[in-house]
Design a protein around this ligand. Sequence first.
Ligand code: ADP
Ligand code: MG
Length: 231
Amino acid sequence: RERAREVLQGASRRDTNRLGVEAMELLDAYGIPTPQGDVVDSPGDAEAIAEEIGEDVVMKIVSPDILHKSDIGGVEVGVPPEEVRDTYEDLVVRARNYQSDATILGVQVQEMVDLETGTETILGMNRDPQFGPLLLFGLGGIFVEVLEDTTVRVAPVSEPEASAMLDDIESAPLLQGARGREPVDRAALVETVQRLSQLVTDFPAIVELDINPLVATPDGVTAVDLRLTLD
Ligand code: ADP
Ligand code: MG
């Protein structure tokens, strides 16, 4: 909780109310699993992180001015170590082309998660003036806008409530292992819903938060992307 507070204070010092993957530590602090990796501000440091990870990585532009990174070519998946430096430069150029005066905090170098066995879900929160923090869970990735298959509860949620959210969506069978797929780690998903519930309950300053995608696999969950707004 103390660590989470520091992350949020760091952000307010940068006088922005919008945070992205640079705030992933907030999730770490609440025990929500995130991929190995870090945000760096030079091609050399990016290479060093990639070497630590030791396999192909994902690289993402980190800028409070860029909300949907992949829309502007700001996400490169499966980058081999020898291409990390050039990719760093490419990502910055694309961001500048999109908005020449964008604040660029750097580039996130992240471990790849397996999307073959994983299902992209979304876990988010919107603070409603009347009802308070509304937790939203559903199918994530590109499906979230197309299918709008989501369910909502007021935080804080109990374990049975969190569990019920998973069964509430139309695509529930997908998580339960339809069509020969292995079921996702349900306990980890329920736990993560509760942990996010706790986080947004502890920090009323967070008015909006989205983990999209939260990748659910048979062996656990990983929060791959984060975006949040402070009041
Ligand atoms: P944005 O939503 O801002 O475009 P994301 O970080 O969500 O950026 O990345 C876009 C997409 O790239 C994700 O929905 C996912 O399909 C893929 N992706 C992102 N990070 C990873 C990762 N670490 N491993 C595998 N795929 C990833
Ligand atoms: Mg995303």
